[in-house]
Design a protein around this ligand. Structure first.
Ligand code: ISE
Length: 323
């Protein structure tokens, strides 16, 4: 059987998800794409239906599951509409704009009585992160003392504000590092460079590991995400992301992409396939980011933005997890 997927939003990520569903995922087909701009919806639809109204897409009988990649501010309303329609939904990060909005999603999903929501933290499906997790969980390296992360973008878009380095970029490390280390954060200290960008975020965790994250929005040389775990008996870290190296004139080169799409191409495809497989099987993928995980990322991002202003070590807290 083939599951009909509707994609909402045909910007950079929506068009990429639509392409993945249409061309690279088995067990599903692209039923419809909705975007406020009809030409953009049409261009991303790969022969599926192009629509302008996201609510009509959610209600459409040919759409059995919904992938949301519209602007961040619209996520919560659309996720709630998909839950109300009883349709599984994969929502790009962030899940919603505030902890309160995320709590409403978690409560609506609980009322529906089955897991319907997956948050699009795709790094959990990235082969490099997965191999690192397997190495750490394998135990031969001993406990993780420090997890060093670098999150570098070529250049911040014009509309990027200071807080977005946290709410739009650092959220990925917030999610993937607590997954990688199977722990929660207990405190954060933020140390911005004199220019503000890059900034260093140092987390303490309940497991005792330290997580350091450099977020550099204007790194100038390319898009580069890197992680290395320093453990009691050795280290495990990512290799250079380029698949090939060139050597000439006494030097070796490996290219960096312009943005995250080439770097995380496999992660997006594997995530979308796992989501589709989970719908078919009636159980969401074991490692997928849930509605609760989406809440944790948004809730901590808000606290970290506040900590950025005080520059003091700040304890991090989470609301009670509903059971
Ligand atoms: C962007 O929105 C993403 O989600 C990328 O994965 C991240 O690396 C980038 O910094 C964000 O702006």
């Amino acid at each position: 059987r083939s599951i009909g997927i509707g994609v909402i939003g045909a910007g950079v990520m929506g068009a990429e998800h639509a392409r993945i569903i249409a061309r690279e995922v088995s067990g599903a087909h692209l039923a419809a794409v909705a975007d406020a701009d009809p030409a953009r919806a049409e261009a991303a639809a790969h022969g599926g239906r192009a629509m302008t109204d996201p609510e009509a897409l959610i209600a459409d009988p040919s759409v059995e599951a919904v992938l949301i990649a519209s602007p961040d501010a619209t996520h919560q309303r659309l996720v709630l509409a998909a839950i109300a329609a009883g349709k599984p939904v994969l929502c790009e990060k962030p899940l919603a704009a505030s902890t309160q909005e995320c709590l409403e999603i978690v409560a609506a999903e609980a009322r529906a009585g089955r897991p319907l929501v997956q948050t699009g933290f795709m790094r959990r499906f990235d082969p490099a992160y997965r191999e690192m997790k397997a190495a750490i969980d394998g135990g031969a390296l001993g406990g993780v003392r420090i997890l060093h992360c670098q999150h570098r973008n070529l250049a911040a878009p014009a509309w990027f504000t200071g807080a977005m380095a946290v709410t739009n970029s650092l959220v990925h490390e917030i999610d993937v590092c607590r997954w990688l280390l199977s722990t929660e954060y207990s405190a954060v200290t933020v140390i911005p460079s004199p220019e503000g960008d890059p900034a260093l975020f140092v987390f303490e965790t309940e497991a005792g590991s330290i997580v350091s994250v450099e977020v550099f929005m204007n790194a100038a040389y390319g898009y580069h995400v890197h992680a290395e775990a320093v453990c009691a008996k050795g280290t495990v870290g990512m290799a250079h992301p380029a698949p090939i190296r060139a050597r000439r004139d006494g030097a070796e080169e490996g290219a960096f992409p312009e943005n995250w799409i080439p770097r995380f191409r496999d992660a997006y495809r594997i995530q979308d396939q796992a989501w589709v497989d989970g719908i078919g099987a009636g159980t969401p993928p074991a490692d997928g980011s849930t509605a609760w995980d989406g809440l944790v990322a948004t809730c901590l991002a808000d606290q970290i933005v506040a900590a950025m202003e005080t520059r003091r070590r700040t304890p991090l807290t989470l609301p009670e997890k509903p059971r």
